[in-house]
Design a protein around this ligand. Structure first.
Ligand code: F6P
Ligand code: MN
Length: 319
């Protein structure tokens, strides 16, 4: 069985990108070790401050962010980082050629119930002789050179694309490395499983209400089949399920806060997951366009997300 560095050695990824991936995934193992300590290390609960999105930060949001930031800033190939937990981008090495955007701990409301969380990352290549600025990060997701996540579940799993399909790796603590366990992941175009936070139903657009109503009508409704529903409340967990057994995941625009185009963040959540989904034969859209085509206007920008099985995404958008 091949490990991550053996798989990367056979890929066309340049050494500089391999070093960024090694630092990122290595730090994720350290985050996973911290998560395992949980209450024993006194790291559960709130940090007592809000992030730039106005969300309460958990201690583990801050710890994971600091671990990734410190490790990446020390990597010579890193030009700059942008994090969901940092207000501004942080410039690293002007000679570095990679910009890394990350959500250090996605689904952090799951931490206190010992449920799935993960780290999501998105990597762009960019050079220049100036210190990186926020403007440098405002690149459409289709230009990502690599994207992935590490899921902290019963086992820790790395799911990665460098633009040539999607591979899944399982962390082997005895070897201290990620072992390739599923090659060339594919998402079937049809599905009978959907993921959406139903408690927001009354805030959705009429079209979204009609689409989900037709799913719940099952065999007796216009879709003529029964659908199942799942919601992990951590995007990383819901996307992982879709990559494993198919489905559709939706976090739509809603009327709760009409000024926000959606809940999920373009740079840290939507773009990397969209690259993974497309590389696995699925689709990822907002209600109006392909996510990877969006030209970002701000690093903390939010978007509506509809991703997963290609035909089901099309069906949803047809409403
Ligand atoms: O990061 C935002 C996030 O935690 C996602 O991981 C997840 O899909 C979503 O929010 C959960 O939202 P809700 O609180 O509506 O269940
Ligand atoms: Mn998140």
């Amino acid at each position: 069985m091949q490990n991550l560095s053996q798989v990367l050695a056979q890929s066309s990824a340049p050494d500089s990108l391999k070093s960024v991936l090694a630092v990122t995934t290595g730090t994720c193992i350290a985050i996973s070790d911290a998560l395992k300590q949980g209450s024993l290390a006194g790291i559960l609960g709130m940090a007592g401050n809000e992030n730039v999105q106005g969300e309460e930060q958990k201690k583990l949001d801050v710890i994971s962010n600091d671990m990734l930031k410190d490790a990446l800033m020390a990597c010579p190939s890193v030009r700059a980082i942008a994090s969901e937990e940092e207000e501004d981008i942080v410039a690293a090495n002007t000679d570095g050629e990679y910009l890394i955007a990350f959500d250090p701990l996605d689904g952090s409301s799951n931490i206190d119930i010992n449920a799935m969380v993960g780290t999501i990352f998105s990597i762009y290549q960019q050079t220049g002789d100036h210190a990186a600025t926020e403007q440098d990060f405002l690149i459409a997701g289709k230009h990502q050179v690599a994207a992935g996540y590490v899921l902290y579940g019963p086992s820790s799993m790395l799911v990665l694309t460098t633009g040539d399909g999607v591979n899944m790796f399982t962390y082997d603590p005895t070897k201290q490395s990620f072992i390739l366990t599923t090659e060339n992941v594919q998402v079937a175009p049809e599905t009978k499983e959907f993921a959406i936070n139903m408690s927001n139903q009354r805030f959705w657009s009429e079209n979204m209400q009609n689409y989900v109503k037709d799913l719940t009508l099952g065999k007796e409704g216009p879709r003529e089949k029964d659908f199942n529903m799942r919601w992990v409340a951590a995007m990383v967990g819901d996307v992982h399920r879709i990559l494993c057994r198919g489905g559709i995941f939706i976090y739509p625009w809603d009327k709760k806060d009409p000024s926000k185009p959606g809940k999920l963040r373009l740079m840290y959540e939507a773009n990397p997951m969209a690259m993974l989904l497309e590389q696995a034969g699925g689709k990822a859209h907002t209600h109006t366009q392909r996510i990877l085509d969006i030209e970002p206007t701000a690093i903390h920008q939010r978007v509506a997300v509809v991703l997963g099985a290609a035909n089901e995404v099309d069906k949803c958008l047809s409403y």
